[in-house]
Design a protein around this ligand. Sequence first.
Ligand code: ARG
Length: 461
Amino acid sequence: KTSKLWGCGGRFSRGMNVDLTQLNNSLHIDKRLAQQDISGSLAYSKILCQTGILEQAEFEMIQSAFQIISREWDGGMIELRDDDEDVHSVNERRLTEIIGEIGKKIHTGRSRNDQVALDMKMWMKKAILDILDIFRNFLGVLVMKADENIDILMPGYTHLQRAQPIRFSHWLLSYGFFLQNDCDRLKQLFERVDVLPLGSGAISGNPFNINRTELASLLDFKNVTMNSMNAVSDRDYICEFNFISTMISLHLSRLAEDLIIYSTKEFNFIKLSGDFCTGSSLMPQKFNPDSLELIRGSCGGIFGQLTNMIVTLKALPSTYNKDLQNDKQSMFYVYDSITLSLKVMCGVIESMDILEINCRNALSFDMLATDIAYYLVRKGMSFREAHHCSSKAIDCAERNRLGINELPMSDYKAISEKFNDDIFDIFSFEKSVEQYQAIGGTSRNSVLSQIACLKKYIDNL
Ligand code: ARG
């Protein structure tokens, strides 16, 4: 006897081809939706009871059977069979095994298209909240690290060449603000996912005049879908989820890349903790940043899943087609990968040491060339002209093998009469960073307000 929900007619008497069975069965993947599927069925049975399709006693039997099935899944006791197609089939099979004929009423007016759309959205809502929880923790750690190390200065880089002195915290927080946008994207996505599809049938809707608004509130959805054909075929939110995760993993990858560079002996700005590194089976001195490389490397899979979903949907004919079955693998893969990367990155940041002296020693006075130009601007010169003069001073110092701070006053004067002895006051990295007082800059106050801003964001997350 088959446990297929559709296989009783004569046309299927030979049974499904074995290879197709393997291609078709999705239970090994969609069993992660078991509890969502049960909650959906529980709510649906309540609504069926309201319409008179189920009697109160039948409804109560269904409720208690599903409680048993839920515990079976939780305890890993559920018996799965080779010919169970998917999680929906298992749950309905178990229901009828437990309460017999009455169980066969649960699917009245409902389709698996309906069910899978609901289960996916329920799972996705929880996934988004889980990821936001991880973010709350991670951003908290990042902000704390920035706060604790507010006075550490280091070179800021453009083109990976030393550019201007910055606060270490300013660099770290730059990623905090990328990730803040990612959180916003997730929150916006949540609103779009929070629309109940159940009650759409296979394609055309529900013929038993069920109260979908009440169904939505039973299942904790804010709204209901307005078009059943749209509802059973909508997987846009998975594309969006994969895109947002793509952006998150891209940001983590850039952060990982910076950290890998900063942890090399050549830079030596940070020391990663041993519990986030590995050694070499051959070279005893090695201390490899595998955690960060794995985070950087996991982007490929996530980007691939974005492509997977958009290509699956492209030119898919209207409503449900079995191609859509692959959506779950994509969603689970991306969720597993992104949550793990976020947690590992959080640990890396929390446990790393910032080597203040090395950061400091990497600063050189030529990085204050722009400050020389600003000095002249403050004396009334146009910036273009001032840039010119500063670059002449840099050239002159280089020719004489001197630091820009060691160039004699006579040389400065030869470049511009506007130079005075106070030019030597600018050769302080502290002073340099402190001039960037405008919102968003690297001065102490500005970085503190960045911290305050992110802290407030985290509190409301
Ligand atoms: N396992 C299927 C999926 O995940 C459920 C929907 C099946 N619908 C159907 N018409 N065969 O997409």
